[in-house]
Design a protein around this ligand. Structure first.
Ligand SMILES: CC(=O)SCCNC(=O)CCNC(=O)[C@H](O)C(C)(C)COP(=O)(O)OP(=O)(O)OC[C@H]1O[C@@H](n2cnc3c(N)ncnc32)[C@H](O)[C@@H]1OP(=O)(O)O
Length: 464
C-alpha cells in the first residue's frame, strides 16, 4: 500500500454550468497556520460548510496539528471565475474533502487497511454542479491505485453516499438508562472502578482503546484528537476546552486498567441531573458493564445517556429491570465502500465452507465484475473471473443501476450492498427481501447468507 503524499500539491480543473474551478490536493506541511495558509482557508471553509463558527487561532492550530499527525490528504476546490464584490475571496475553497489511513478490525485477529473520508463540504451557492462527484471520484481513484481494499465514511445524510458505492455497515443506538433506582444487574459486575485524573486517563486511553479495537470487529483506529476530547482538554466540536468533563477507570480482577469512561453532568432540576457519556471504552463487555454500574450509581444522577451503544447490548440483557434501558434512536455509523473485492473478501474471516459466484455492480467501475468466493479449502480463495454483462441502465450511466443476475452467477448485488454485508450488519435474506440481492434460487440465497454471516454484530465507537 503506497500512500506517500506528493511533494507538490496536485492541481486540476473542472467546469460545470458555465463555472470554472481549480482543484488542489495537498497536505499540511511543517510549521503552524502561517506556514500553511491553504490549510487555514480549507479549515475555515469546513467550519462554514457545517454551519460552525469561525475557527479561533487555537482551534486552527490544533486542527492543522491533528491533520499533520494523521497524514491527512486535503482537497480544495476554488472558483477560477472573477469573484463579485463582497463575496468570499477566491482563496477560500468552495468545496473541501479529506482522507487518511486507518485500519478496520474484521475479527479472529484479522484487520484490513481502510481509507477514511471526511469533511466533505460544498458551498451552497456552488452545489449541484458535480463538485462532490468529482472530489469523490478523484479520491476513490487515488485510494484504489494505492491498493486500499476499502474506503469508509460517516455520513451527514443517509441519502448521499449509496450512489458512490458506500453501504451502511455498522450501527449504533443512542440510549438512556433510568438511574432513579440505580443499576441492578442479574450477574454481578466484575472488577472495580475509581474516579480518575483526566490527564492520566488521556495517557492510558490509547492503550485501552487499542485493546478494545483489536478484539472488536467493525472498529476503526482513532486519531490523536480523541484523547484531547476525553480528558476535556479540547472539544473539537465546540472548539473549546471542557473543564466539566470527568473520568473514571475500570480495573480487572488483577487490578490492571481495562476500561475508562469520560462524562459530563448536565443539571436538570435542583442538584439532580443527567450524565452524558463522552466516551466509554472497555476491553471486554464486562468492563463496559462495570463502568455503567459506576455511572448509574452516582448520587444525584437520574439518567445516563450514551450515543454509541451496541444494537444488541449486553448491558440491557444483564439488567434486572430492562425497561429502564430505552433506545432513543438507531443510526448507521460506518459506511463502507469496497474498492477491491478480491483483497477485501480474502481478508475477511468466514465461519462456513461455501463456493459462491457473485456478480458485483459498480457504476464507478472499481469493483465491477464476476467474482468467485471459495471457502471450502484450507484457505479462502477469491478470484475475479470476468466482466459482468452490461445492461441498458449501465449504458445510461445510472448511479445505482438495477441489478440483473447474469448466467452462471449465484447472486448479484450492487457494491453498496456488498459494503453492508461485509461485516455482517445485515443478513443476505434481508437484502433479498428488500429487492437488493438477486439470487439463482433458495439454495444460492442460503449459501450467500451462510458465507457472509459473522459471529458478532460489527461495532464501531469512533465517528470521524
Ligand atoms: C463524509 C462527510 O463528510 S458527510 C458531510 C457531507 N456534507 C454536508 O452534509 C454539508 C452540507 N452539504 C454539502 O456540502 C453538499 O450539499 C454535499 C457535499 C452534500 C453535496 O455536494 P454537491 O457538490 O452539491 O454534490 P454533486 O453536485 O456532486 O452531486 C452528486 C450527486 O449527489 C446527489 N446529492 C447531492 N447532495 C445530496 C443530498 N444532500 N442528498 C441526496 N443526494 C444528494 C446529487 O443529486 C448527485 O446525484 P447524481 O450524481 O446521482 O445525479
Amino acid at each position: 500500500m503506497s500512500t506517500t503524499p506528493p511533494q507538490q500539491p496536485c492541481e486540476t480543473s473542472h467546469s460545470a454550468r458555465g463555472n470554472t474551478y481549480t482543484l488542489r490536493r495537498f497536505t499540511v506541511g511543517e510549521g503552524g497556520p502561517e506556514q500553511n495558509p491553504e490549510a487555514v482557508q480549507w479549515n475555515r471553509a469546513v467550519s462554514q460548510g457545517f454551519h460552525d463558527g469561525e475557527p479561533t487561532a487555537e482551534a486552527t492550530e490544533r486542527a492543522l496539528a491533528s491533520m499533520r499527525a494523521a497524514g491527512t490528504r486535503l482537497r480544495s476546490v476554488y472558483t477560477a471565475d472573477p469573484v463579485p464584490p463582497a463575496a468570499l475571496g477566491a482563496e477560500r475553497p468552495v468545496a473541501t474533502f479529506c482522507s487518511w489511513d486507518s485500519q478496520l478490525t474484521l475479527g479472529e485477529g484479522r484487520s484490513v487497511p481502510a481509507w477514511l473520508i471526511s469533511e466533505v463540504t460544498v458551498r451552497p451557492t456552488h452545489a449541484r454542479r458535480g463538485l462532490l462527484r468529482r472530489l469523490m471520484t478523484d479520491d476513490l481513484t487515488e485510494a484504489h491505485r494505492a491498493g486500499f481494499p476499502l474506503a469508509a465514511l460517516t455520513a451527514s445524510e443517509a441519502t448521499i453516499y449509496g450512489r458512490f458505492g458506500f453501504g451502511a455497515a455498522t450501527f449504533n443506538a443512542e440510549v438512556t438508562v433510568d438511574a432513579h433506582t440505580r443499576l441492578n444487574l442479574k450477574a454481578p459486575a466484575v472488577g472495580s472502578v475509581e474516579m480518575a485524573d483526566n490527564a492520566a486517563v488521556a495517557r492510558l486511553a490509547p492503550e485501552i482503546f487499542a485493546r478494545f479495537h483489536e478484539r472488536t470487529a467493525g472498529s476503526l483506529t482513532r486519531t490523536k484528537k480523541w484523547w484531547d476530547l476525553i480528558s476535556g482538554e479540547w472539544n473539537w466540536h465546540k472548539a473549546a476546552p471542557e473543564p466539566d468533563v470527568r473520568t473514571a477507570v475500570h480495573y480487572d480482577g488483577a487490578g490492571e486498567p481495562d476500561g475508562y469512561v469520560s462524562y459530563r453532568f448536565l443539571p436538570t432540576q435542583g442538584y439532580q441531573g443527567t450524565l452524558e457519556v463522552v466516551d466509554l471504552v472497555g476491553v471486554t463487555p464486562q468492563s463496559r458493564i462495570g463502568l455503567w454500574e459506576y455511572l448509574c450509581n452516582l448520587d444525584l444522577v437520574t439518567e445516563v445517556r450514551y450515543k454509541a451503544a451496541q444494537i444488541e447490548d449486553p448491558l440491557m440483557w444483564g439488567m434486572v429491570d430492562m425497561s429502564a434501558y430505552t433506545v432513543r434512536k438507531r443510526y448507521e455509523q460506518v459506511w463502507l465502500r469496497v474498492l477491491d473485492p478480491v483483497a477485501a473478501l480474502t481478508a475477511r474471516p468466514y465461519t462456513s465452507h461455501r463456493r459462491v459466484t457473485l456478480s458485483i455492480v459498480d457504476s464507478m467501475g472499481f469493483a465491477d465484475g464476476i467474482y468467485v468466493i471459495d471457502t471450502t479449502g484450507a484457505r479462502t480463495r477469491v478470484e475475479r473471473t470476468g466482466d459482468r454483462p452490461r445492461t441498458e441502465e449501465d449504458r445510461q450511466g445510472k448511479s445505482l443501476p438495477v441489478v440483473e443476475l447474469p448466467d452462471g452467477a449465484d447472486a448479484a448485488l450492487n457494491v453498496d450492498s456488498l459494503g453492508s454485508l461485509y461485516l455482517g450488519a445485515v443478513k443476505a435474506s434481508t437484502l433479498h427481501d428488500a429487492g437488493l440481492l438477486r439470487v439463482r434460487d433458495a439454495t444460492a440465497l442460503r449459501d450467500v447468507q451462510a458465507l457472509m454471516s459473522t459471529p458478532t454484530e460489527p461495532y464501531c465507537i469512533s465517528p470521524f
